[in-house]
Write a protein that binds this ligand. Structure first.
Ligand code: OSB
Ligand code: MG
Length: 368
């Protein structure tokens, strides 16, 4: 397969409702797509970096810059690229995992399309559909939250994740538990909003039998999570702290987490994400697939990943309609709380040309 060029495309996608987390409120997504062209097929990658560096140090303009200056030229210069060699080619450049993940995803998609294999088959999917959870933002009040959760449950979502922060934690969790009952699969995500000094406060979540609390402390505070795990009963799940399979192995060995959220963008790509799955499986650590408000492109690959055997908890792989009134691909629609794993070559779907044109704000073409 010969790589002939790379397109960086920016699209602007309004969200159906504002999404508030402990780090800010999103009303729309400014997304960088990567399209590679080869002599055999084209491939699509989606960069999950957000507009501002609030979830992680990466942000979308920086991702475009590092791709344009360093990552794309390195891959174009390396000769016929194989997807499994992309991470090695890019390794000399520190960090920028979301940018690297998008480029590797595009090369992998092109390769799989050319060979007629699907992402699911390549990654090792063992299911043809995956159960879906939904991430529910911080609301103005408990009544609004109960309405939102009730609506998602009526749609069929099988697990609810509440975003929390100091001042919006025990009360909303209590209200959701009381309204929807003990059988509801319920978890919370703090996006690093607490410190170890909050351990006694966080222990007040213990009676609500949460599946997990996601990333309560700073991303670099691995030892803080070890100590917190001794002081609360709710299992700790790491998101921001895990950027590689090596990190995951260390965090597990130290006792910093009992569950891992796997987001391919955060860890440098789908191939590293699979390695994290393997490390966690070897340690008996359950994993689930996180999300970054992806379009149908990233969603297709996430759903394929979530079909691996170690993904024993429902992921943040919600239907297109939870995010966007109109997706860039054919929409993913919830069926009995599940999304179907695409089986066509590569991602199994591609942008709808008219729809893509409507949301595109800029394109840039790079050749060797
Ligand atoms: O921490 O999991 C997170 C969205 C953007 C950035 C970080 C996170 C999230 C979500 C939503 O929780 C996940 C999704 O539905 O895509
Ligand atoms: Mg999270």
């Amino acid at each position: 397969m010969k790589l002939t060029g790379v397109e960086l495309r920016r699209i602007s996608m309004p969200l159906v409702a504002p999404f508030r987390t402990s780090f800010g409120t999103q009303t729309s997504r400014d997304i960088l797509l990567v399209r590679v062209t080869t002599d055999a097929a084209e491939g699509w990658g989606e960069c999950v970096a957000m507009t501002d560096p609030l979830y992680s140090s990466e942000y979308v303009d920086a991702a475009a810059d590092v791709l344009r200056r360093f990552l794309v030229p390195a891959v174009l210069a390396a000769g016929p690229p194989a997807a499994h060699s992309v991470a090695g080619i890019l390794a000399p450049f520190k960090g920028h995992r979301m940018a690297k993940a998008a480029l590797e995803m595009a090369v992998l998609d092109a390769e799989l399309r050319a060979e007629g294999r699907s992402f699911g088959r390549e990654l090792g999917a063992v299911r043809d559909r995956v159960p879906c959870g939904v991430s529910v933002g911080i609301m103005d009040g408990v009544p609004e939250l109960l309405d939102a959760v009730g609506g998602y449950l009526a749609e069929g979502y099988v697990r609810i994740k509440l975003k929390i922060e100091p001042g919006w934690d025990v009360e909303p969790v209590r209200a959701v538990r009381e309204r929807f009952g003990d059988d509801l699969l319920l978890q919370v995500d703090a996006n690093t909003a607490y410190t170890l000094g909050d351990a006694r406060h966080l222990a007040r979540l213990d009676p609500f039998d949460l599946l997990l609390i996601e990333q309560p402390l700073d991303e670099e505070d691995v030892l803080g999570h070890v100590e917190l795990a001794r002081r609360i009963r709710t299992p700790i799940c790491l998101d921001e702290s895990i950027t590689s399979a090596r990190d995951a192995a260390a965090a597990i060995r130290l006792g910093a987490c009992q569950v891992v959220n796997i987001k391919p963008g955060r860890v440098g790509g789908y191939l590293e994400a699979r390695r994290i799955h393997d490390v966690c499986a070897a340690h008996g650590i359950p994993v689930w697939c996180g999300g970054m408000l992806e379009t149908g492109l990233g969603r297709a690959a996430n759903v394929a990943l979530a079909a691996l055997p170690g993904f024993t908890l429902p992921g943040d792989t919600s239907a297109s309609g939870r995010y966007y009134a109109s997706d860039v691909t054919e929409p993913f629609v919830l069926d009995d709380g599940h999304l179907v794993v695409p089986t066509g070559p590569g991602l199994g779907l591609a942008p709808v040309p008219d729809r893509l044109a409507e949301v595109t704000t800029a394109t840039e073409w790079l050749t060797g």
